[in-house]
Design a protein around this ligand. Sequence first.
Ligand code: G6Q
Length: 556
Amino acid sequence: MSHLPSRGGPQTDRPTLTRHPAWQALVEHHRSIADSHLRQFFADDPERGERLNAEAAGLYLDYSKNRINNETIRLLLDLAGNCGLPERIDAMFCGDAINTTEKRAALHTALRAPAGACIVLDGVDVVPEVHAVLDQMATFADAVRGGLWLGHTGKRIRHIVNIGIGGSDLGPVMAYEALKHYCQRNLSCQFVSNVDATDLVEATRGLDAAETLFIVCSKTFTTLETLTNAKAARAWSVAQLGDEHSVARHFVAVSTNAEGVAEFGIAPTSMFGFWDWVGGRYSMDSAVGLSLMLAIGPGHFRAMLDGFHAMDEHFRGAPFGQNLPVLMGLLAVWNTDFLEAQTQAVLPYDQYLKRFPAYLQQLTMESNGKHVTQAGARVDYATSPIVWGEPGTNGQHSFYQLLHQGTPLVPCDFIGFCQSLNPLDSQHDLLMANLFAQTEAMAFGKTADEVRAEGTDEALVAHRVFEGNRPSNTLLAERLTPFTLGALVALYEHSVFTQGVIWDIDSFDQWGVELGKLLAQQTAAELASARAPTLTHDSSTNALIRRYRQLRKESP
Ligand code: G6Q
């Protein structure tokens, strides 16, 4: 067990997690199976691969290669019940203010509720509003894709540039890459997020402003990076088109801040709204996904929403023992707090999912990278693991060495599809053979006797031993479709939520991100000032700023 120093703080009515009998039972149970190997688990229960799985919304989860047995699952489910997971799920779907530190609902599930559903928040049914924005997006997307919405000079739009950062970037870019197969190929999409001007300059290099549409995507419309890039993009566009009025045909906004959008010079009719109950990292299925809808079309976008919704329904209704997000969330808690794994690798065996690990980094670590409970008491257990990953098979030729033989324990999520979107000879079989073989090697390893039996020189035996016993989940789906992607994202959203409920943290705030926004503003003012102001930071920061100022002056 990890033990972080406790600093006290206010108490919830819920007993401290680690003192709870359900947690203590898991501590005891962990002691009893800590020395067991996955080889043993499979020897004791040869059918577990047929049993320890669950299926929903087109996704099949095999969790049999985790270091668990039936009792582990029983105790984890017991813990979930004792932590009030059923009530918390209801509270989320009903729009209760479960984001307690920001006093707001986390109602992203309403973004994919079908028309005709009714979800009342503060006396208003939000579903018609959601569908009104979806319709507005669809009308606009059809007009751009069909050549009815033309640029200022009458040319067709051929390039979309989404300007946004964090939640206003990572979801759309991940989904755009994931669903490229479904894109209208005569429309390119670029994503600019970094305040490093290189991002914007490289994204717009060679583009014809007359054919380029910018989407300024910012929930608050105050984010420094996004507004800076948006202003630079407007200057670039107006300089090429030679007319301020061209902004009306080349800039649209996605935001909750109508005033900010108007101040920037974008008309209300070119703004696509959403609501404060949509968190940034939970927003790719709102108007924040406008760039994606432009790329794949409204039909595919709606199919993606159906996938999200199917997983929502499963999460809300399926018994916990067969509930994919609940099982994955509980296994993450088990791996983090009982096996003391500090990181988790996400390994999609699909090139289209190359940005999926980066997307999950934000979803997971911004949601659950917290050190206090809802009531503000310091936790005495580990919370979010560090999430990282790369697509297979590429990762196999780099960091898998550590996964197989390194000292840290890294639980892995393998993700694969039975059908390729680009079938080429037998390449897909090769890809999937690698996935299956890796899960097997990680679980079972290779003993010294097995290595010797291969005729290995005795001096090399130790080097060629694979201990195995590395836990993994495998997610298999038939084919990467918009529906499947929606279900996959919702699966991880709800798994993250499940973990947050067990850990008793607010998974929907992000004070660490807010801190970064404030600090940068203060320091930026110091760098911008013509006269060197007195620096009041620590000696290290002061020296770095002085050195930067000096070298900046001297650079050509
Ligand atoms: C997400 C975070 C953060 C946010 C960005 C962009 O949950 O709050 O990543 O999305 O800071 O914020 P804006 O959309 O307001 O520009």
